[in-house]
Write a protein that binds this ligand. Structure first.
Ligand code: ITT
Length: 179
């Protein structure tokens, strides 16, 4: 199964979960333009439709975001841009003095089966930490607390509970049912 992403950390996690389901993943390391949209679903579907014009075999993409509850879901669908601009330090700064720190990661998969596009989602709840912690993972992992550790401190354990793990379980189970 072809997985299109420019994010190496994502690919690594997807490959590990795929192994459990005995699914072989082929990585197409390609950056595609993400259209703006209200939701991750909308963005993922639009991106998959565009890619399906060129790529005729089945593939999937995965769009994720960090949603901070006291910031009304920011950065959400803008996570990639916000990570590149203000990064983890910027988020910690934005959250200074805010006591309510609830946040979640959401991942949406858009799967093109050769004729149609289907979507799946996965969510994990946690909190925004007060400082950057841990050397593992990628992206916002060093500021996302799951229990008393950040995802960046959890090593391989992140991949047992993450939004990505959850969306992949739904997606891979549906593939197995069809096979
Ligand atoms: P592709 O679109 O090429 O797959 P991307 O890095 O642009 O790669 P997203 O748009 O889905 O991926 O990701 C939005 C942002 O959220 C980006 O800055 C990621 O680093 C971050 N992110 C996604 N999944 C994450 C995770 O599991 N842990 C921490 N940060 C994550």
């Amino acid at each position: 199964m072809l997985f299109i992403t420019s994010n190496k950390g994502k690919f690594k996690e997807v490959k590990e979960v795929a192994k459990i389901f005995s699914i072989e993943i082929e990585w197409l390391n390609r950056e595609y333009e993400e259209p703006q949209g209200e939701s991750l679903e909308e963005i993922a579907i639009k991106s998959a439709k565009k890619l399906a014009k060129e790529i005729k075999e089945p593939f999937f993409i995965e769009d994720s975001g960090l949603f901070i509850e006291s910031l009304n879901g920011f950065p959400g669908p803008y996570s990639s841009y916000v990570f590149k601009t203000i990064g983890n330090k910027g988020i910690i700064k934005l959250m200074e003095g805010i006591e309510s720190r609830g946040a979640y990661f959401k991942a949406v998969i858009a799967f093109f089966d050769g004729s149609e596009i289907k979507t799946f989602d996965g969510i994990v709840y946690g909190e925004i930490s007060r400082e950057i912690r841990g050397g593992g993972g990628f992206g916002f992992d060093p500021i996302f607390l799951y229990g008393n550790r950040t995802f960046a401190e959890m090593g391989d354990e992140k991949n047992l509970v993450s939004h990505r793990r959850r969306v992949l379980e739904k997606f891979f189970s549906s593939l197995k049912k069809q096979a």
